[in-house]
Design a protein around this ligand. Structure first.
Ligand code: ATP
Ligand code: MG
Length: 199
């Protein structure tokens, strides 16, 4: 699962946990992205080091959750297709899946060389907020037909939680407890993250 993880929250973790179970996976790799090209970089205030440490803290109790630093390169654009190609070459005996939420599934055609992603992995797509299961199934069918992509619907609890909400709450001094693991909430507090966000 690639992401900005600014910060990692229980939505991400539940996606990982349910994908692990539903598709009998061996490991879930979390890939914090250094400087995601499809994101408004103006929002990226939190340094990569903090985002990586929050992922590390969040997954520390789960043996099948791993932190991958493959995309964690400061100032370098990471492209998912390239990561998938490199993983394919580095681990030729492994089968890779890419976990994402509905917003990503609906914008994936804007990602660089997105068709390459379909060549090297199966997409596991979870629903999110404004998309219902019918929208999701339609989008999955469309992408499968058009690009011969392998895409499965990942059934995970629907949580109206985003890193944006958490950043905004933290900026206002509101609680983020239970939206992120305790260790992440402690980290945010200790490092005074998200204090200067204007909403
Ligand atoms: P931001 O608000 O900063 O965009 P985010 O919560 O969307 O943060 P990202 O790091 O952008 O988190 O997301 C990484 C991946 O996790 C994306 O594919 C996204 O769709 C998915 N995701 C994040 N939160 C959820 C959620 N609550 N339910 C389903 N998928 C989610
Ligand atoms: Mg997002």
């Amino acid at each position: 699962m690639g992401g900005t993880f600014d910060p990692i929250h229980i939505g991400h973790l539940l996606l990982g946990e349910f994908a692990f179970e539903q598709f009998s996976l061996d490991e879930i790799w979390f890939l914090p992205n250094g400087n995601p090209p499809h994101k408004d970089t103006g929002e990226m205030d939190t340094c990569l080091g903090h985002r990586v440490e929050m992922v590390r803290a969040a997954i520390s109790g789960s043996p099948h959750f791993k932190l991958s630093l493959h995309e964690a390169k400061e100032g370098i654009h990471s492209y998912t297709y390239q990561t998938m190609l490199e993983f394919h070459e580095m681990y030729p005996d492994n089968q890779f899946y890419f976990i994402l939420g509905a917003d990503s599934l609906f914008s994936i055609e804007k990602w660089k060389y997105f068709e390459g992603i379909f060549s090297y992995c199966t997409i596991l797509a979870a629903m999110r907020d404004d998309k219902d299961v019918r929208d999701m199934k339609k989008q999955i069918a469309y992408l499968k037909k058009k690009y011969e992509a392998e895409i499965e619907l990942l059934m995970a609890p629907l949580l109206e939680i985003s890193s944006t909400t958490i950043r905004n709450r933290a900026a206002k001094g509101l609680t983020v407890h239970y939206m992120v693991p305790d260790k992440v909430a402690d980290y945010i507090k200790e490092h005074h993250l998200y204090k200067d966000i204007k909403s």
